[in-house]
Write a new protein. Sequence first.
Length: 295
Amino acid sequence: MDINFELYKVFYQVASTLSFSEASKKLYISQSAVSQSIKTLERKLEQPLFIRSTKKVRLTPAGETLLKHVEPAVNLLQKGETQLLDANALGLGQLHIGASDTICRYFLIPYLKAFHIQFPDVPIKVTNATSLGCVELLSQGKVDLIITNYPNARMNDAYIHKTVAGFWDVFIANRAYIDLPQGEVSFAQLAKYPILMLDKKSTTSEFLHNLFLQHQLELIPEVELSSNDFLIDLARIGLGIAFVPDYCLSADDELQILETKEAIPPRQLVAAINPGLPLSPSASEFLKLLPDDGT
């Protein structure tokens, strides 16, 4: 197949901006040249890629499908160019990691410090996203590697490079504000209290909802947030029972971990890479610093 990369470059800019005029500015070509390139690509593929109107431009289903393939290719080319341009004397380019706020704060910091000490000239970039969002970044080639909660419904197991840590999710509460029965508490009893948890875009939310469904219970949270630290703060002042990873907790007499009658399975933190893309030298060196907790 004879692939004209210029046509796909034009397609990517129009699809990203949903504007022929914006694409022309980014490509430094005329708007008519952009339009002609899109028409040429549509003839080549024998189907329309955009729905054009006087007010806006939208992708057709075929255009959306094509963008899913073109975007990772563009990101891969940009990463390759960056690695060559930014390569330092050690032969390492920029290190780009994807991770959630919680994982960044409670797990990544010492390893980023160790990497920086070992390779002080290597730029480090960290993109924050939920564990589900990190998988999307990785599949599109926008990051070198991710540290994510596992299980992760969006991630192919082939992406897992190694397990770096294990952890338990726990329910915490301030008994000074919330009257709870002594001893073990059942999920059914917990469901009667205000539950504070991460929002539905997180693997933690997915995990807990599935856990309740396995026991024929519906979970209706009182509060859904994007920050575990904020959930802990709310539990501390008595607004409800928070569900958080145990590695977020510090010694705090005000908060108590609740023992549950039903078992809560452990989860893992995993380092994941895209097996379909070349691993950058900097990412390879960083992975060596991470522990292997695959037991």
